[in-house]
Design a binder for this molecule. Structure first.
Ligand code: GLN
Length: 192
């Protein structure tokens, strides 16, 4: 495949313990990135980028703690994109129940914040990367309830912030890997 990257193709680690990692993987491969499924500590060693997919944060918490690589994930210095569950783990403060995240982004995030009646829904929101309305798929999604000073909103549903960026870290409460438009993956890989 033709290399669309200015340097060598990035090696993107996708946390693949549980959740919808395969959707991310096919998009990344389609864009020409090399992909590694991250299941254990050593898998993180030489990756350039890291994606934390949607899934169940309580499961990841257990498995990663047992395997002892929670801290290594938390301290990953390169670009990280977290979607839904990923945005929860990347936060400084987590609510419902109260716990501590990786602190990659100075935000507070509330798990399962759309209530029991509304487990999953799709709606069109606004994103900083384009003028077009963007399809946002929410599945037992969290809500960002506080953002720190150095954190910039990049996605909104109505007045609510559904995506943020700080340095090389991006957190989205929805699932861009399930939409037809891969603009967030392209941006994450430096392709546009
Ligand atoms: N409800 C899940 C959690 O709290 C997140 C849901 C998702 O990633 N789709 O971890």
């Amino acid at each position: 495949m033709e290399n669309r990257f200015s340097k060598s193709a990035p090696l993107v680690g996708v946390l693949a313990i549980q959740g919808d990692y395969s959707a991310h993987i096919s998009i990344l491969r389609g864009l020409g990135a090399k992909v590694r499924e991250v299941r254990k500590s050593e898998d993180i060693d030489d990756i350039t980028h890291l994606i934390i997919p949607g899934g169940e944060s309580t499961t990841i918490r257990k498995v990663a703690y047992e395997d002892g690589y929670w801290d290594k994930l938390a301290q990953f210095p390169g670009p990280v994109m977290g979607t839904c569950m990923g945005s929860i783990l990347m936060a400084t403060d987590i609510e419902n129940p109260k716990s501590i995240g990786w602190g990659m982004l100075d935000i507070t995030i509330k798990r399962n914040a759309y209530g029991r009646q509304v487990h999953s829904f799709t709606d069109y929101g606004k994103i900083a990367l384009s003028d077009e309305p963007f399809e946002m798929i929410f599945i037992r999604a969290p809500k960002i309830t506080r953002i720190g000073e150095d954190v910039k909103p990049i996605a909104w549903l109505g007045n609510e912030i559904t995506g943020v960026i700080s340095g090389n870290k991006i957190a989205l409460t929805f699932h861009p890997e399930l939409s037809a438009d891969y603009i967030f993956h392209k941006h994450f890989l430096g392709l546009e």
